[in-house]
Design a protein around this ligand. Sequence first.
Ligand SMILES: C[S@@+](CC[C@H](N)C(=O)[O-])C[C@H]1O[C@@H](n2cnc3c(N)ncnc32)[C@H](O)[C@@H]1O
Length: 316
Amino acid sequence: MGIQSNPNLSDFLDSLAANLKNPNQISQLEKTFIHRPASFRVNTLKAKEQGVINSLAKQKIKAHKWRFPNSYYIDYKLTKTLQKTKEFKQGLLYMQSFASMLPVIILDPRAGENILDVTAAPGSKTSQIASLTQNQGSLDAVELDFKRHQRLLKNLKLLNVDLENYCQTYQQNALHFLENNPQKTYDKILLDAPCSSSAKIILNDSSSFQHITPNFVSKLARLQSQLLQAAFKQLKPKGSLVYSTCSLDPLENHLLISDFLANEPSAKLQQVAMPAVEGLEYQLEVPQRVIDQTLQVMPNKFIESFYVAHLTKIHA
Ligand SMILES: C[S@@+](CC[C@H](N)C(=O)[O-])C[C@H]1O[C@@H](n2cnc3c(N)ncnc32)[C@H](O)[C@@H]1O
């Protein structure tokens, strides 16, 4: 299906072009709406990096090192082969896009910290946090949807996330969870918000974009904003909150962060910078620091776009 025969996609791209500092970037962007090499993290809760890579090589799966911790990529055509290996089935590795690894790298979880993952299923980032902290400290992971919560639990068990002494999951609306547990406060919070997924568009797969309507996006933006306000309340002074989406829409990203900062004097934006990850530059009616200090990844053949904002709390 081409763009012109898909009004949702064509409307979406037109409105995106209107917000870009250099509207020519839209044609560059379209070229990146493709299948990328398959990527994964070695699960350091269960395996040693080199052992996994050597074993894959013996099975004729050549994995190339990438620049994030424990991260690799393989030819997209080898995805099914990888999924048949014992390394995949036993959770010695976890398939995750590089873009999806980014928010946790920015959050920089450390052993001993109290951490909250507000919207957690299927657990890519919950397990990434557990792997980086080696199950030390405490991690609460909340997920609204029953089936997705089951999948979260299944993944966390497979990946050796310690569900007795480290990570507690809750199948609840995070808004209720936060409201009903005001005594729970956190050093670090990840809000990887439910979003329109417009950064995951694949041009020849209309199911990747036919849901993206203005009404859908504005409803999501309302929920994202409520989740951000409620989560930020539970952040300890000097704590860090990372807000992320796999959306390209400023309504879910820059505009939302800008509104939040205008109403939350104790929030301070921190610079998000990732060496060798280029940003997309928007031209929006928001304070320039929101454009300069948050990151909307410019997608390329390795990484899809993702939006990441890093907030700290300067006082209670
Ligand atoms: C972008 S996904 C999270 C992906 C996850 N962080 C990961 O890396 O695997 C957003 C999740 O939020 C959940 N969700 C939506 N509304 C929610 C709410 N009010 N409370 C808790 N979870 C919610 C969705 O069911 C979905 O699983």
